[in-house]
Design a protein around this ligand. Structure first.
Ligand SMILES: CC(C)(COP(=O)(O)OP(=O)(O)OC[C@H]1O[C@@H](n2cnc3c(N)ncnc32)[C@H](O)[C@@H]1OP(=O)(O)O)[C@@H](O)C(=O)NCCC(=O)NCCS
Length: 316
């Protein structure tokens, strides 16, 4: 039904290391951060660099090997858009000099955004509106972080991934599972800057332990529901690529879900948690490292802010 034809990503040049954080917060040290969240360094956008700019750079890399004239729809997932309006996807269409007879829209999701993007792409392909979709997942959460917030500055990094989702009838028609629980909305939130609290500076606030509890209570069922819906067993999946939230959370989930080490992809050491870009970046790393081979079935699962979650299976 759908095929991932190409993935590229772009990370901003500025790097914030654990040593930099430990220098600012002497009560922490670099090793403690690595041990807890599995991140040694993360990339931070310049003051002038936005999610659109990062996405544009990723597209430039993509178009070295992919013919951009094939693109017939842009889906742009971000929670740090350049403007309230217009949508970032419209500006990207123009900046990339793509034809005017294509569709383009933004959608606002965080860590579940890539999986939701796949479901939207599949829907657009199913109704015959598109065949080659540019799915952009790009965020600059660091712009929302308070400089004194050492925990979130350790976890989050900026980045953009661009994925071509194309119609391919040789691939299996795997089904997706999604979920929503807005009761958890204020456990990961940027309260200010929107219409409700317009005058204050936007600052990100996360209750890490609440997000952790949400994930461990919901993600094992998400995995099992996705397997069941596709009439597969855990053994049938060749690799699990979950949202790269923090190694603390992912290792806990891996054990809870009984996923063997060799089938569980975790590589966020030099990248951090890049929100909706984390799964496609991880897929690209896994492909480049030879951990995804032709014919592999890969389960992707995203979960977080909202609360929002989703999972599906990709055939490579
Ligand atoms: C954020 C998170 C790492 C905090 O861990 P926790 O054990 O739940 O948090 P606590 O506040 O009880 O802190 C426990 C210890 O971890 C340390 N810690 C907390 N955040 C840390 C971080 N980002 N890096 C390093 N150490 C951290 C605390 O300092 C504390 O250390 P101490 O015992 O020496 O005082 C954890 O809750 C988590 O991974 N949550 C999921 C958050 C996430 O991935 N969000 C992304 C959006 S999906």
């Amino acid at each position: 039904m759908i095929n991932i034809a190409a993935i590229e990503y772009y990370l901003p040049k500025n790097i914030l290391t654990n040593e930099d954080i430990a220098n600012e917060f002497p009560e922490w040290n670099a090793e403690k951060i690595t041990a807890k969240i599995g991140v040694e360094s993360r990339h931070v956008a310049d003051a002038s660099q936005t999610a659109l700019d990062l996405a544009y750079e990723a597209c430039e890399k993509l178009f070295r090997t992919y013919d951009k004239s094939k693109i017939d729809f842009i889906l742009f997932c971000t929670q740090s858009p350049d403007y309230f309006l217009p949508t970032t996807a419209c500006i990207l269409q123009d900046r990339l000099d793509l034809p005017k007879n294509i569709g383009a829209l933004d959608f606002n999701l965080g860590c579940s955004g890539f999986v939701y993007g796949l479901t939207l792409a599949k829907g657009l392909i199913s109704i015959g509106l598109a065949k080659n979709i540019l799915l952009v997942t790009s965020d600059t959460y660091t712009k929302f972080l308070d400089k004194n917030d050492k925990s979130n500055r350790s976890i989050f990094g900026d980045g953009a991934a661009v994925t071509i989702v194309e119609k391919d009838d040789s691939k299996a028609d795997f089904q997706y599972v999604v979920g929503t629980d807005g009761a958890g909305y204020n456990n990961l939130i940027v309260e200010n800057g929107g219409a409700r609290n317009a005058s204050e500076k936007p600052v990100l606030y996360m209750k890490g332990p609440k997000i952790f509890t949400f994930a461990i209570e919901n993600i094992p069922a998400l995995m099992n529901d996705t397997l069941e819906k596709n009439k597969l067993r855990l053994e049938d999946i060749d690799l699990f690529v979950f949202h790269q939230a923090s190694s603390y959370m992912l290792n806990y989930l891996k054990n809870l879900c009984n996923i063997p080490d060799e089938k569980f992809f975790l590589d966020m050491k030099d990248i951090g948690n890049t929100v909706s870009a984390s799964i496609p970046i991880a897929l690209k790393l896994a492909l480049d490292q030879g951990k995804i081979k032709e014919g592999f079935k890969v389960m992707v699962a995203g979960f977080g802010v909202g609360y929002s979650w989703g999972a599906g299976i990709l055939e490579f």
